[in-house]
Write a protein that binds this ligand. Structure first.
Ligand code: PLP
Length: 400
């Protein structure tokens, strides 16, 4: 049996074996509490500080501007709730209509406590227009939060321009860079951002570790209270092995980013060309050029309601793809809120298939996928044409 093909790296990535090697000692003998003063504690502390420098270096930050958290979600919560609390007022948060749930749900929580929330619209490619941001900035704004790369369609926002406009109004700017980090170059000073969220498991690091970059001088209140770790902004004994893994993953990503991005973009372009050739009913979502190198989202005209079946057929044939965000996997078959916000009608918005490539994908896997896909599409088309005939049971869809 051929090995499975994993094309769902926007959901999560496999751990790089070099990251696992770096983590090894901290899952075993090096168990000290980094807050302890003895040798064991100092070993753990040194490892955390090395990782902090590695993560900082990936985004051009200073090590003491990195706050480790338990996830990208927690980093987003800390940025938004922390900035509003520090302002001492309910305030006004400006964000977009296509953010990840980690931002949208945090905004909903803040709104319930009186914070005004403005959702900026996006165009058909998923881009935020600077004019709509400028209009929103006319009202008193506490914080602007706009994602660097969208997790569903892969579109990259012009963060440098949007953050620059925001800073001209003296307003804090946060970006959720969970999907972008390690895949495109990011430099917090060139981008003019005050805060930036990261998550280790999206860049071949471990799950359950994130970080928030907080520019020196930014006023932020904690959302987790306790022993005062992480400069008082994130109490709790640190996940030492996870943080070490995050550091190693960030160092590898920094080193290999340019080569990896070129290779994945080449694979993506090849898949996109073949889609157009072999499946003329296919159409692409997201910006054609301003997009993550390894990310391709597409639909099949007239087969939008068959996406669940197609993903199941592909899964049975050994290929893992998804119908958009892993967090929305339970809502497969429903229109994607991101596509609705981009102006697609509810029929088209049901049809999203997300393909996201990663470090260990090979040209041979792309070849095999391109052979399997038309067969899988033909099988569901055939099944639909004979829908009165009994169909074989397929395993449940795996959305990773
Ligand atoms: N933000 C974006 C854009 C994401 O894609 C994700 C995860 O899919 C998150 C935040 C949440 O990160 P985590 O899984 O580390 O909580």
């Amino acid at each position: 049996m051929s090995p499975r093909i994993y094309f769902d790296h926007s959901a999560t990535t496999p751990l790089d074996p070099r990251v696992l090697t770096a983590m090894g000692p901290f899952l075993g003998g090096a168990f000290g509490n980094p807050s302890s003063q003895h040798h064991e504690g100092r070993v753990a502390r040194t490892a955390i500080e090395t990782a902090r420098a590695q993560v900082a270096s990936l985004i051009g930050a200073e090590p003491d501007e990195i706050i480790f958290t338990a996830s990208g979600t927690e980093a987003d919560n800390l940025a938004l709730i922390g900035a509003v609390r520090a302002s001492g007022k309910p305030g006004h948060v400006v964000t977009t209509s296509i953010e990840h749930a980690a931002i949208l749900e945090t905004c909903r929580f803040l709104a319930a406590s009186g914070t005004r929330v403005t959702h900026l619209p996006v165009d058909a490619d998923g881009l935020v227009g600077p004019e709509s941001l400028l209009r929103a900035l006319q009202a008193n704004v506490t914080l602007v939060s706009i994602m660097a790369a969208n997790n569903v369609v892969g579109t990259l926002q012009p963060i440098e321009e949007l953050a620059h406009l925001t800073k001209l109004h003296g307003v804090l700017f946060h970006t959720d860079a969970v999907q972008a980090a390690g895949k495109i170059p990011l430099d917090v000073n060139r981008l003019h951002v005050d805060m930036l969220s990261l998550s280790a498991h999206k860049l071949h690091g471990p799950k359950g570790v994130g970080a928030l970059y907080v520019r020196k001088g930014t006023r932020l209140s904690p959302i987790v209270f306790g022993g005062g770790q992480e400069r008082g902004l994130r109490s709790a004994t640190e996940n030492v092995a996870g943080i070490v893994g995050f550091g190693a993953a960030a160092a590898i990503a920094r080193e290999e980013l340019a080569e990896e991005a070129t290779r994945l973009a080449r694979f993506r372009e090849r898949i996109s060309r073949e889609l157009a050739r072999t499946l003329p009913q296919s159409y692409l979502f997201g910006h054609p050029a301003l997009r993550l190198p390894g990310h391709l989202s597409f639909g099949l005209r007239g087969q939008e309601r068959e996406v669940g079946k197609l993903l199941a057929a592909l899964d049975a044939a050994g290929v893992a793809l998804s119908a958009g965000s892993a967090c929305n996997a339970n809502h497969a078959g429903e229109p994607s809120p991101v596509l609705l916000a981009m102006g697609y009608d509810s029929e088209r918005a049901r049809g999203l298939i997300r393909l996201s490539l990663g470090r260990f994908n090979t040209e041979q896997e792309v070849d095999r996928f391109l052979a399997i896909l038309p067969q899988a599409v033909a099988s569901i088309t055939h099944a639909a044409a004979h829908s009165l005939e009994p169909t074989p049971d397929l395993p449940a869809v795996t959305f990773a």
